[in-house]
Design a protein around this ligand. Structure first.
Ligand code: AMP
Ligand code: GLY
Length: 423
């Protein structure tokens, strides 16, 4: 079948790399794609939220399946757009419908879902401009640090954690009254702070059945020792060494099962990936957030460990027969190190030539913010490339990635040298 992937990051290059290996895939398109997807698929310069252009592309190229990478098109209802159009309603869309995508689109919606289905998470209350005074009062009842979350999508910047009560009140005012994050902070969720180590759990679902993919841990801060500003992710490790069988069992029983049951009970149609952000508090998992897509760079370590034909899995998700498939996982660990443009996540320059990619032998370079310009591969974003390696242990895999990185160069290249330091 002909398949279209939406997106342009390392996650989408990894999807393309894996899908292109399937004999079931005839022609593969990526919109808009990057220099990595161009190696295994046809890039089409269409934005991920330009639904009309996507429809035209799908019809012109007899595409039968659309795999949605990022959250924006899902929250805007791309799946519903397909279902509501006679010409394209038969096409499989991998990604939840709009109502279910609210699990990522609205923090308050997600918290209400978690509470309704008794899934362990931090205590919270939510506030609007009209109730900002109640918000101050609620902050006074909490112990620091204070966790404030813009309700809507804010490009990963909407969560602010502060130690000082006065600063927390000011931040709340700035979000609600001064619209710091625009419409995204019309509502703000204030949460109890959870102290523990984070990990991510990825679940495939056809809406009824589920399969759990390997766990992964990403490193979100720009600086070594988990310091400095938040980023999209600077590296990842899979499996997560501290996720023992006993702990994984708790995740499945207390979180995954009630989540999938909850989707059904609440009539939230879901064919796609559920990315559950977790924190281990003592010996117990609690949910920090839901995302309705795969993680980036977690995908760069999770998919390389999947032995199955990925297209076959996606087909069973679309058909509602996910229970019929057996997920096979590579025993080896996989790690990835993200190379970023100097200055990221703040201002950075683009258009820097990336050299040495072809000399890499022991790792897989997944392209992210990289494009082909004048037949050269140049940087086009903050996160540029994710260097993934396998190893018998995660330490060995990390070592391989760092060795491969030595062969790569672009002006002002930066990466964290301590991925895995806390394991
Ligand atoms: P989120 O966008 O909800 O994943 O939040 C971004 C980051 O903020 C998470 O990855 C955590 O590191 C941190 N965070 C969010 N909620 C909490 C919480 N209740 N307690 C502690 N840390 C949190
Ligand atoms: N790496 C975190 C995310 O994809 O949201």
């Amino acid at each position: 079948m002909n398949i279209l992937i939406l997106g342009s990051g390392g996650r989408e290059h990894t999807f393309a790399w894996k899908i292109a290996q399937s004999p079931k895939c005839k022609q593969l398109f990526v919109a808009p794609g990057n220099s990595g997807t161009a190696q295994v698929a046809t890039n089409v310069n269409i934005g991920v939220t330009d639904f009309e252009a996507i429809k035209k592309l799908v019809l012109t190229n007899s595409i039968e399946m659309v795999v949605v990478g990022p959250e924006d098109p899902l929250v805007l209802g791309i799946h519903d757009y397909f279902l509501n159009d006679k010409e394209i309603k038969h096409i499989s869309v991998i990604g939840p419908e709009k109502a279910a995508a609210e699990l990522e689109g609205s923090k308050e919606f997600a918290k209400e879902f978690l509470y309704r289905h008794n899934i362990p998470t931090a205590a919270y209350e939510s506030f609007t401009k009209e109730t900002v005074e109640n918000g101050y009062a609620f902050l006074e009842t909490l112990k620091p640090p204070y966790v404030l979350k813009a309700d809507g999508l804010a490009a990963g910047k909407g969560v602010v954690i502060l130690n000082d009560l006065i600063e927390a009140k000011e931040e709340l005012k700035s979000m609600l009254v001064d619209a710091k994050f625009g419409d995204a902070s019309t509502k703000v969720v204030i949460e109890e702070f959870l102290d523990g180590i984070e990990l991510s759990c990825f679940v495939l679902t056809d809406g009824k059945h589920y399969k759990i993919l390997p766990t992964a841990k990403d490193y979100k801060r720009i600086g070594e020792g988990d310091t400095g500003l938040n980023t999209g992710g600077m590296g990842a490790v899979s499996p997560v060494p501290f996720a023992t069988d006993e702990f994984l069992n708790k995740i499945e029983e207390r979180i995954v099962k009630p989540t999938i049951k909850g989707l059904q009970k609440d009539n939230l149609p879901y064919v796609g990936f559920v990315f559950i952000g977790l924190i281990k508090v003592g010996d117990d998992p609690k949910v920090i957030e839901y995302n309705v897509r795969m993680g980036d760079p977690e995908t760069e370590v999770v998919l390389p460990r999947l032995k199955n034909d990925f297209v076959e899995i996606l087909q069973t998700m679309a058909n509602g027969t996910l229970d019929k498939i057996n997920i096979e996982i590579d025993e080896r660990a996989a790690t990835t190190i993200m190379l970023v443009s100097g200055g990221y996540p703040e201002a950075y320059e683009k258009g820097k030539e990336i050299t040495g990619i072809k000399t890499i032998e022991n790792s897989i370079p997944f392209h992210a913010g990289a494009q082909i310009v004048d037949r050269k591969i140049v940087t086009s974003g903050g996160r540029v490339m994710a260097i993934t390696s396998y190893g018998d242990t995660y330490q060995e895999a990390i070592k391989k990635s760092y060795q491969s990185i030595k062969k790569l160069h672009f002006d002002k290249m930066y990466y964290r040298k301590d991925i895995g330091f806390d394991l």
